[in-house]
Design a binder for this molecule. Structure first.
Ligand code: TYD
Length: 197
């Protein structure tokens, strides 16, 4: 099973993906939990660029693709082949949203990614209005980096929400408390697993 959590910065993806991993582990399942950008060389470069200045749009897009190709080959595909539950905190839908907000066509980004990256069984989009997301980024003691500027997040949110009618997508309202969001996440996952043969 392959589950991806997405959403703009400040929606609580990392908390919820850890809790989801715990939920499956408590059922005795083997879980591979990972994130993008990864901790590999391309991901490290990209994280650094959020603080020191973004790469050119073309170089940035290419770096996210390079990071993902490595992630797919070295971790995602082997884990799926071994029968693990794979949970990702961000994937190519973030490229559609963030590099889409930078001017690239989200549908072309999707096509290029789906040429090598497996499509998840379930995509949970944690949705939050931009003001609340911004306030949460501020309350973690962070100042919004270049990826997290308000206008940018507004466009990213729009692109994420444009996926809402896809059969494998579930929009999760991330406004309420972390515990309530976890309940919504688990409901979405149970509803998906109950339909499996
Ligand atoms: P993020 O998950 O927020 O990392 P951290 O929790 O360490 O801050 O990812 C960093 C930024 O990378 C985030 O603002 C979104 C951006 N991003 C893209 O622009 N494109 C992508 O394809 C991915 C995966 C992330």
């Amino acid at each position: 099973m392959f589950i991806v959590l997405e959403g703009i910065d400040g929606t609580g993806k990392s908390t919820q993906s850890k809790r989801l991993a715990e939920y499956f582990r408590a059922q005795g399942k083997t879980v591979t939990l990972s994130r993008e950008p990864t901790d590999g060389p391309w991901g490290t470069l990209l994280r650094k660029s959020a603080e020191t200045g973004r790469l050119s749009p073309e170089d940035e897009l290419q770096a996210f693709l390079n990071d993902r190709k490595q992630h797919v080959d070295e971790l995602i595909k082997p884990a799926l082949a071994a029968g693990h539950v794979v949970i990702l905190d961000r994937y190519y839908f973030s490229t559609m949203a963030y590099q889409g907000a930078r001017g690239f066509d989200p549908f072309l980004i999707r096509k290029d990614n789906e040429a090598f990256a497996p499509v998840p069984d379930l995509l949970l989009i944690l949705d939050l209005d931009v003001d609340t997301a911004h306030a949460r980024i501020g309350s973690r003691g962070d100042t919004a980096n270049e990826f997290e500027q308000r206008a940018n997040l507004a466009r990213c949110r729009e692109i994420f929400l444009s996926l809402k009618d896809e059969p494998f997508v579930k929009i999760i309202d991330a406004t309420s408390s972390a515990d309530e969001v976890t309940q919504s996440v688990l409901r979405a996952v149970s509803s998906f697993t109950s339909k499996l043969p």
